[in-house]
Design a protein around this ligand. Structure first.
Ligand SMILES: C[S@@+](CC[C@H](N)C(=O)[O-])C[C@H]1O[C@@H](n2cnc3c(N)ncnc32)[C@H](O)[C@@H]1O
Length: 274
């Protein structure tokens, strides 16, 4: 028997938000490696030429406390407004505090639901959407399809993907398994299991690499909660190759304007439009 916790179950309470932040501070390649921080500044020249002189509105989806957005904002024109949207409202509120734009908002959002909240849909165009660190946790195609439907020509989407280094997603994902199977990540995921309702039976966590259930050629790092014969997927992180990300973009009828890979090719950013 195999079931799966929704990704939001790992972030949606203030205490889980704090545990995730601890994992982020101790283990995230973004915090630990300067080259990954630089990756988030690399789209700046392209964005400068696309956004200069435009009154644009920034929608930061799944932004947590908007650390990456804040770094990028120092290198690009100031938006007319900034909107942080995350399943964890406390983190989204902290995200807006990093921005000094006169107009800003934060909202709790479920990116797996078929419609975006009306407060987001009412944000004037053109939109600059950032979607950092979200595609590993959520089913990418339905989410990108919904975003594509709401975008108009002139809107921009900047998305990040955690990549599997090398040519084979499965071999690459195995090489980086230790980034997940470590004490702070276990503490965070075990807390999410303890909070989850209906309660999961007593068990233990095992990390491994599996094919994504909806796209068999896509490698997914999973943390599974094992209790007897029952297995529950508690956490998953998709690790596509750059070619797989490009095929998602094409499938949802978006167009790539540029893409950027960090030197170890474990993370990439795509700038796309309609
Ligand atoms: C891995 S963190 C990435 C945070 C931040 N963007 C970054 O890159 O550091 C995933 C983020 O997505 C949010 N999230 C998870 N599931 C979500 C959902 N269903 N709807 C909206 N946000 C979600 C979490 O609260 C968390 O802030």
């Amino acid at each position: 028997m195999l079931s799966e916790l929704p990704a939001s179950a790992l972030y949606s309470s203030p205490s889980l938000g704090l545990l995730w932040q601890k994992v982020h501070l101790l283990c995230s390649p973004y915090v630990v490696r300067r080259s990954v921080q630089k990756l988030y500044e690399r789209p700046a020249p392209a964005l400068l030429s696309l956004l200069t002189g435009k009154s644009y509105h920034w929608i930061a989806l799944g932004c947590a406390d908007a650390q990456k957005e804040s770094l990028l904002s120092k290198k690009i024109p100031t938006p007319a407004s900034f909107h942080a949207a995350d399943t964890n409202l406390q983190l989204a509120r902290r995200g807006t505090e990093r921005f000094t734009t006169p107009k800003k908002s934060y909202v709790s959002i479920d990116l797996t639901s078929p419609r975006m909240p009306s407060s987001i849909l009412r944000v004037p165009k053109p939109w600059f959407i950032t979607l950092f660190g979200v595609l590993p946790n959520l089913d990418p195609l339905p989410l990108l399809r919904r975003l594509s439907r709401e975008m108009q020509p002139g809107d921009l989407l900047l998305l990040s993907a955690n990549l599997a280094p090398g040519k084979s997603g499965f071999v690459g994902a195995r090489k980086i398994l230790q980034q997940y199977d470590n004490p702070p990540t276990r503490e965070w995921l075990e807390a999410a299991v303890a909070r989850f309702r209906p309660r999961l039976p007593k068990g233990y966590l095992v990390f491994d690499v599996f094919p994504d259930p909806r796209q068999k050629s896509l490698a997914r790092i999973e943390a599974r909660w094992i209790s007897g014969r029952r297995r529950t997927i508690v956490f998953s992180s998709r690790r596509p190759t750059p070619t797989q990300v490009e095929s998602w973009v094409r499938k949802v009828r978006l167009r790539t304007l540029g893409h950027f890979l960090e030197p170890r090719r474990e993370e990439g950013i795509w700038l796309v439009t309609r």
